[in-house]
Design a protein around this ligand. Structure first.
Ligand code: SIN
Length: 307
């Protein structure tokens, strides 16, 4: 069976994944945190935590709240900063079989470009995921992803600063995600990943106050899967570039739904918190499904529900 997928067919480096199962940024650390639990080299790709120019401590606690079938987070892009990613993480990634993609988040267009420029050509880094979708920061993040012009501007600045494959991660907190996707593809994205979290809130009724330190957060987990699936369905219809589906994927059948809706690859996110092996379980389940259905190539399944 062929599960491999090329996520950046027009890029000179390409981004060939051995299979479609990726980890979602912010749910799998830098990969090393999970490597003692299962063979992470079997995955299609690892996407690391959102990375900024300078290290960040993130938002005030509490930063997590469980909801029915979901999780609200307001981490606020806590991370070690791009220099530490390059010096402390990339050298190890360079020895890995699994490609690592660095998720980047800027407060300005110039910061996105600077981040992309610093990561360009660093051994161990196979691609960049441009985060224009974080709902938990005061500047940047979802602000850029909410309209086609700013989304395109952030994408174009990254495109100009690096020859690495560029994925752009979209926010669902916008009017017409397909329009944003088209703008981003036009601006030079090699692939589009979606969705990031849906903006939400929880109230602590004993304190009569919002539960999260930052008041609002981003909702992920199974609760958002139908929304994410719908958006992937719409975006895959609108763009030619590969689409990476993300949002509540917990099982292989969830992943297959996204692939049938048009995703070329998928990201497992919140599920890893409950079951660290979730990405591998999803991969094994996809393999079993293909074997049972007599499918020789994953490409046969991509977008099949839309034909
Ligand atoms: C966060 O760090 O607040 C979440 C990251 C994201 O939603 O992109």
């Amino acid at each position: 069976m062929n599960l491999s997928i090329q996520l950046a067919p027009k890029n000179k480096h390409g981004l060939l994944l051995a299979n479609p199962v990726m980890t979602a940024s912010g749910t799998f650390g830098y990969g090393t945190e999970y490597s003692h639990m299962f063979d992470i080299q079997k995955l299609g790709a690892i996407v690391c935590k959102g990375t900024t120019l300078e290290p960040r401590d993130g938002n005030p606690q509490p930063r997590l709240a469980e909801t029915a079938c979901g999780l609200l987070n307001s981490i606020g892009l806590q991370n070690i900063g791009v220099k530490a990613v390059i010096t402390e993480k990339a050298p190890l990634w360079a020895s890995w079989r699994v490609p690592v993609i660095v998720n980047i988040a800027g407060e300005t267009i110039e910061e996105y470009a600077q981040l992309a420029g610093e990561l360009d050509g660093v051994a161990g880094i196979s691609g960049i995921e441009v985060n224009i979708s974080c709902p938990n920061v005061k500047a940047g993040g979802a602000e850029f992803g909410a309209n086609p012009d700013s989304a395109a501007a952030a994408t174009a600045s990254v495109r100009a600063a690096t020859s690495l494959p560029v994925l752009v991660k979209l926010t669902p907190n916008t009017g017409d995600i397909a329009k944003i996707a088209m703008a981003v593809a036009e601006a030079g994205a090699d692939a589009i990943s979606l969705i990031n979290t849906l903006k939400g809130i929880a109230i602590d009724i004993a304190k009569r106050r919002p539960l999260l330190g930052n008041i609002t957060g981003g909702l992920s987990g199974p609760a958002i899967k139908p929304v994410a699936l719908y958006m992937v369905y719409e975006v895959a219809k609108a763009v030619e570039v590969p689409v990476v589906g993300c949002g509540g994927i917990t099982t292989a059948s969830d992943a297959i739904e996204f692939i049938m809706a048009g995703a070329s690859a998928i990201q497992v996110g919140t599920a890893s918190f409950a079951n660290p092996r979730a990405p591998l379980d999803v991969l094994e389940g996809i393999e079993q499904f293909m074997e049972k259905e007599g499918i020789k190539d994953l490409a046969e399944l991509i977008g099949v529900a839309r034909r």
